[in-house]
Design a protein. Structure first.
Length: 352
């Protein structure tokens, strides 16, 4: 049984003071070119006092893969200085810092330099990546991991969930290629596997310099549309990732105990992955609000990631006398480090 209050050590040797994680968020606080802003630094300083790990969300690895306006960029060396300052802010609070590497693909929010989003296959509104461009994108993830390392981050998380580019390649709904990166499940998984292999080169370099550098992977376990990703497909991917020595697998869930919908059983998704990959640490999020939720997860997950609860109650992991979000001390958006745009998005979510 996992005690989330106790220190946790990842395969690479990185030790976290506890198993609580600030989930990756699209804060929309960065400057127009993706440079880390003082608002980014303030938010993460205010929200990492009690967690073991802070995953800085949706840092885009290529200018044509920006996840949203105001997202952080890790696409150029000029971003390293700001990223270094952000990592330092997180470290001063006693938490470890991981940078989530993202490419939005067909969902990218483009600026004036790019007119059409790119993806695995062409549609009425998108352009298919050529084989050469796929190789360039794989290297873009690698270069982004190198920048995160230079900036002082403790690792990276490859964003393979939420219908972004890696999931677009994995799913037969969006990947209609007939080359080495499309067709059968094995070929559709080639792109995410190659990305992780490239990123792991940075972790191996870190080990040679006697430094721990974690590599995690975030995935969406299944798709609800007919013909989409099945649970068995992502379990196959997870086994491949385990073979590549990733440090953890983060499941993108609406609710931490949601049942599988494409499997032969209706077990909670987290239990399926726990049974299939007992030695690969799993991180879950979604609906964790109470001590009872933590006790349910104690036998199923190694880490619990929290988003909106920690936004409004940053100290909840160390003070769980009430359910997260109930009776929190009122604070201004400025005190919480929230942008007006992100606050509006939050207040439109169910239950907030």
């Amino acid at each position: 049984m996992i005690n989330f209050d106790q220190p946790q050590t990842l395969r690479c040797g990185l030790t976290l003071r506890n198993g609580f994680v600030l989930a990756p968020l699209d804060l929309r606080l960065a400057l127009f070119d993706g440079t880390v802003s003082r608002n980014d630094e303030w938010f993460h300083q205010q929200h990492t006092r009690t967690v073991g790990l802070d995953i800085v969300g949706s840092a885009y690895v290529s200018d044509c893969g920006r996840t949203c306006s105001g997202a952080i960029s890790v696409a150029h060396d000029t971003m390293i200085t700001g990223l270094h300052q952000l990592a330092q802010r997180i470290h001063r609070q006693g938490a470890k810092a991981i940078l989530q590497l993202s490419h939005a693909g067909v969902r990218a929010q483009l600026d004036s330099r790019y007119r059409t989003p790119v993806g695995p296959s062409a549609t009425k509104t998108t352009v298919a990546l050529t084989t050469y461009e796929v190789e360039q994108t794989i290297n873009a993830f690698g270069h982004a991991a190198e920048r995160a390392y230079q900036a002082g981050f403790d690792g990276v998380e490859v964003q393979g969930a939420n219908r972004f580019l890696l999931q677009q390649f994995t799913s037969s709904l969006t990947n209609h290629r007939n080359d080495a990166f499309g067709g059968s499940l094995a070929r559709r998984l080639t792109f995410p596997v190659r990305v992780v292999q490239r990123v792991q080169q940075v972790a191996e370099m870190a080990q040679r310099h006697h430094r721990s550098f974690a590599v995690g992977y975030r995935l969406s376990p299944e798709e609800r549309q007919a013909g989409g990703l099945r649970l068995i497909d992502t379990v196959v991917l997870a086994h491949l990732l385990e073979g590549l020595n990733v440090d953890y697998l983060s499941l993108s869930l609406h609710n931490y105990h949601q049942p599988a919908i494409t499997g032969t059983q209706t077990l909670p998704v987290v239990q399926v992955f726990r049974q299939q990959l007992p030695h690969l640490p799993v991180m879950v999020a979604g609906g964790v609000r109470t001590q009872a939720d933590l006790e349910t997860l104690a036998g199923e997950a190694a880490f619990v990631a929290m988003g909106s609860p920690l936004i409004f109650e940053p100290d909840w992991p160390s003070d769980r006398r009430r359910p997260a979000g109930k009776g929190a001390t009122c604070q201004s958006p400025e005190q919480l480090g929230l942008s007006p745009l992100f606050l509006k998005q939050l207040l439109g979510m169910k239950g907030l």
